[in-house]
Design a protein around this ligand. Structure first.
Ligand SMILES: Nc1nc2c(c(=O)[nH]1)N[C@H]1C(S)=C(S)[C@@H](COP(=O)(O)O)O[C@H]1N2
Ligand SMILES: [Mo]
Length: 252
């Protein structure tokens, strides 16, 4: 079953079995356990809270599906991207040797990492699916260091709730709660299939979040800010997606 239809079913199912009173109870419980997403204030607010709270509890210990090597797509589809900036092209010309990932916010030791720094951390690979909200998907092998290694290195402070992440494309930013940021399959991808991550697929650095839908997988990643609230970012809804009508939490 596709992601979208599973989410719809989950919402519809919960809403009909619970009834309105049940939804209200679920909403109160979600508030009690801190499971209210940053975009809860929008028109889909109560539904988003229900989806996020339910799935956070269900998926806390689950892993995204991994595929056998034989299922790697021979023609993976890259969403056409805006032409990279001049600065990006210069960086590409020198093999991204000047690329930095800055990690700041609620951390003990704010730091900036080169690709070589990231490559010297434990490297893992996963064969997982990217699925776009528009209905297509592909399977690829993604190679990189799990984000939790970087977060442990900078020392996340106890009051941290979200990791916000940014791209060289100013409109492309998003955030994860700390549970998903620390998830073993959330990786800073630098490789794809048998080589470096191609620019079309977000190279040199992309966040792979296989537990969530395509748009959470931001390309050309250059900054991560750890925070206790998403209010100060954009319109305060956790990412650019809810500003365009898509959910902040897009669990698969
Ligand atoms: N920087 C950046 N990241 C991005 C996008 C983008 O336009 N710019 N598109 C997103 C969307 S909507 C999807 S579905 C996936 C697509 O990944 P793909 O190009 O590898 O298929 O990338 C996401 N990451
Ligand atoms: Mo997408």
């Amino acid at each position: 079953m596709s992601t979208i239809s599973r989410r719809r079913l989950l919402k519809a199912g919960l809403a009909t079995t619970a009834g309105l009173a049940g939804v209200a109870v679920a909403d109160r419980l979600a508030h009690h356990f801190g499971l209210v997403p940053p975009d809860a204030g929008g028109i889909f607010g109560p539904g988003e809270t229900l989806t996020y709270a339910t799935q956070s509890l269900l998926t806390r210990h689950t892993l995204a599906r991994e595929f056998p090597r034989s299922m790697i797509s021979t023609n993976p589809f890259a969403v056409p991207i805006a032409p990279p900036t001049e600065a990006f092209k210069h960086s590409q010309a020198i093999g991204f040797s000047d690329w930095r990932l800055t990690v700041d916010g609620l951390v003990r030791h704010p730091a900036s990492f080169s690709l070589a720094d990231l490559k010297s951390m434990p490297i893992e690979s996963q064969i997982t699916e990217v699925s776009c909200e528009e209905g297509w998907s592909y399977v690829a092998e993604w190679i990189g260091t799990p984000l939790h290694h970087v977060l442990r290195e900078v020392g996340v402070l106890p009051q941290a709730r979200y990791a916000a992440y940014f791209s060289v494309e100013p409109t492309q930013w998003d955030s994860l709660d700390m549970q998903e940021a620390m998830h073993p399959q959330t990786i800073l991808a630098m490789g794809m299939n048998n080589g470096d991550l191609p620019v079309a697929f977000g190279g040199p650095l992309r966040l792979r979040v296989p537990l969530q839908i395509g748009y959470k997988n931001i390309k050309f990643l250059n900054r991560i800010t750890v925070t206790d609230s998403m209010k100060a970012f954009g319109k305060g809804m956790g990412s650019a997606s809810p500003e365009g009508g898509y959910a902040w939490f897009a669990g698969i």
